[in-house]
Design a binder for this molecule. Structure first.
Ligand code: PXL
Length: 284
C-alpha cells in the first residue's frame, strides 16, 4: 500500500506530572498540543494519584531521570518550544534548569521556554513544597521566555493578594523582576470580574490586557495547563509572545466553554473542542 510521508509538525516538550484522572498535567498538555497542531514530547516529573475529588498521592521521579528525558529528546528529536508544569520539588527544578542550559532551552537560546509555576491544583491540593518556590524564582524565572502564574501562585511567589485590577498590575511588575522576558498574570481567580476574565501580559515596559468571558462552571480542571500548552505551541510555530498568548487565550476560552462534568468533583476543560467528530461519519 502506498503512503504519503507526513510533514513533521513543530516539536514541543512538556515537562509535567501525570494526572490519573486525565484532566490536567501531561494528559492535558498532550491533548492540547495535539489539538494545536504540534508534536508533543513528554518528560514526566511526578506521578500523581488523583480523581475529580482531589490528589491523594504524589510520587516524584528522580531528578536525574527528569533531566535525562529532556536532554535525550532535545538531542535527537529537537525542540521548537518547551513548557513546564508541575515540577514537584526543588531538586527537580534544579535538574530542569541544568538540562535546559545543556539543551539550548530558554531566553537567549534557540528554544523558547514557557514556565507555568504550578504550585497547587485548582482545588487547593499542594503540588509543590514551599521550599521549592525559591528554586522557581532563582533558577527558572530568569530562564523563562514567559511565566504564567494564576493568582494563588502570585500570592505564594510575591506575597501579593490580588483583589482588583490595580493589584494585578503591581503583581506583574514584581514578578517581572525575577528576570523572565514576559509575565502573564492570569485573572481567572479575580472575583472582582463577575462576567469577564482578564489576563495581563507584561514585558517590563508595556501592559496588554486580554479580556475574555467568564463561565459559570466549576469544571475548570486543567485550564492553566491547556492555556500554557497552546501558548507554547504558538511559539513553536514562530509566533511572537503577544501573538502566542492571544492564541492561548482564544484556545482556553473555548476549552472552558466546552468543559464537562466527570466524577463527583470538578470536571475538566475540553482540550479537543476543535476536533471534528469524524467517528460519527459511520464505519465504511
Ligand atoms: O492544573 C495544574 C496541574 C498540573 N499538573 C498536575 C496536576 C495539576 C492540577 O491538579 O494534577 C499533575
Amino acid at each position: 500500500m502506498e503512503r504519503t510521508v507526513g510533514a513533521t509538525p513543530p516539536r514541543v516538550l512538556t515537562i509535567a506530572g501525570t494526572d490519573s484522572g486525565g484532566g490536567a498535567g501531561a494528559a492535558a498538555d498532550l491533548r492540547a498540543m495535539a489539538a494545536c497542531g504540534v508534536h508533543c514530547c513528554v518528560a514526566v516529573t511526578a506521578v500523581t494519584v488523583q480523581n475529580s475529588l482531589g490528589v491523594s498521592g504524589v510520587h516524584p521521579v528522580p531528578p536525574e531521570t527528569v533531566a535525562a528525558q529532556i536532554e535525550t529528546v532535545a538531542a535527537d528529536i529537537g525542540l521548537d518550544a518547551v513548557k513546564t508544569g508541575m515540577l514537584a520539588s526543588a531538586a527537580i527544578i534544579e535538574a530542569v534548569a541544568g538540562a535546559c542550559d545543556r539543551s539550548g532551552i530558554g531566553v537567549g537560546r534557540p528554544t523558547p521556554l514557557v514556565v507555568d509555576p504550578v504550585a497547587a491544583s485548582t482545588y487547593g491540593d499542594q503540588l509543590l513544597p514551599d521550599d521549592a518556590l525559591d528554586a522557581f524564582r532563582a533558577l527558572l524565572f530568569p530562564r523563562a521566555t514567559l511565566i504564567t502564574p494564576n493568582l494563588d501562585e502570585v500570592r505564594l511567589l510575591v506575597g501579593v493578594d490580588v483583589h482588583d485590577r490595580a493589584a494585578q498590575y503591581d503583581a506583574a511588575v514584581l514578578l517581572h523582576r525575577f528576570g523572565s522576558r514576559y509575565v502573564l498574570v492570569k485573572g481567572g481567580h479575580l472575583r472582582e470580574d463577575l462576567d469577564s476574565c482578564v489576563d495581563l501580559l507584561y514585558d517590563g515596559r508595556t501592559f496588554v490586557e486580554l479580556p475574555g468571558p467568564r463561565f459559570d462552571t466549576g469544571d475548570t480542571h486543567g485550564s492553566g495547563d491547556n492555556m500554557a500548552s497552546a501558548i507554547a505551541s504558538g511559539l513553536a510555530r514562530g509566533l511572537s509572545v503577544p501573538e502566542a498568548v492571544a492564541l492561548g487565550k482564544r484556545y482556553v476560552v473555548e476549552a472552558v466553554r466546552h468543559s464537562y462534568p466527570l466524577g463527583a468533583g470538578h470536571g475538566p476543560v475540553s482540550p479537543l473542542w476543535a476536533v471534528r467528530p469524524w467517528w460519527e461519519d459511520g464505519v465504511p
